[in-house]
Design a protein around this ligand. Structure first.
Ligand code: SF4
Length: 263
């Protein structure tokens, strides 16, 4: 293969990637906001939320000055509300620690609430063009298939292998375009089901495609063994009445009625 993985992705991105997302080419604050909103949420759903959010909170200072209720009202319907709360907490910390300027140092970004290794790297690469690899859910799927890495990608050892491959494949130039290409490829070509391998710029040396293991990779999360519990219940009757008791509010079937258990 004459061209590297990254150069094929970069060329594909220029020709076929997404170029009109509202946070593309934006400052670090907006890139951060988009990255947080895009966790567990599709682009089409995120766009109107993102636009309303930046209209009300155009910068870190505006977000830090808002109340939590105002921030969560803008998050209402997006789900995973811890993301909105962490965003607000982080804005206040940026105000305190960095005088309202979104930091450009990877460790400073990683130290903010709600930001993990891949999100910090994505902000560094997309907003500051720093040489950082990412490994979000889409990239894990692409690399597990392209490199033929078996095992559940949430497993620490498998994740470490994927990080290593992500770093090895990172190009020296055009890192931001490459990172966007990985995201776009994962979202539009190398999708979970029915990936469009024929149109993929790396299908000639994709291990999963060449060995016909695309459907088997990435390896699904192992099923947990169903726990077995043994319990004894009393069927206490008086005429047609049966004695029931209420389960504790916490735990399985919290607050439900059941036969009297022998504890
Ligand atoms: S060839 Fe198919 S499985 Fe391999 S990276 Fe491309 S889209 Fe994904």
């Amino acid at each position: 293969m004459s061209q590297s993985f990254s150069s094929r992705l970069v060329a594909w991105q220029h020709a076929h990637g997404r170029h009109d997302l509202p946070w593309q080419g934006a400052d670090a604050y907006r890139v951060w906001l988009s990255e947080i909103m895009l966790q567990q949420t599709q682009v089409a759903t995120v766009i109107p939320y993102y636009q309303r959010f930046v209209a009300s909170f155009p910068d870190v200072a505006a977000l830090a000055a808002a109340s939590e209720e105002q921030v969560l009202a803008h998050w209402s319907g997006l789900g995973y509300y811890a993301r909105g709360r962490n965003l607000h907490k982080a804005a206040r910390l940026i105000d305190e620690r960095h005088a309202g300027q979104f930091p450009s140092d990877y460790d400073d970004i990683l130290a903010l609430p709600g930001i993990g290794r891949s999100t910090a790297a994505a902000i560094c690469a997309l907003a500051y063009h720093q040489h950082r690899a990412i490994l979000d859910g889409n990239v894990k799927r692409v690399l597990a298939r392209y490199c033929g890495i078996r095992g559940w990608t949430g497993d620490k050892q498998i994740e470490a292998q994927l990080w290593q491959r992500a770093e090895e494949l990172l190009p020296v130039h055009e890192v931001a375009v490459y990172i966007q290409a990985q995201m776009d490829m994962g979202a539009t070509l190398c999708t979970r089901s029915k990936p469009k391998c024929e149109q993929c710029p790396v299908h000639e040396d994709c291990v999963a495609f060449q060995t016909q293991h695309v459907q088997a990779l990435p390896t699904p999360r192992p099923r947990k063994a169903v726990p077995e519990r043994h319990a004894t219940f009393l069927l206490l009757m008086s005429g047609r009445d049966i004695l029931l008791e209420k389960r504790p509010a916490q735990g399985i079937w919290g607050g439900a009625m059941e036969l009297a258990a022998v504890r």
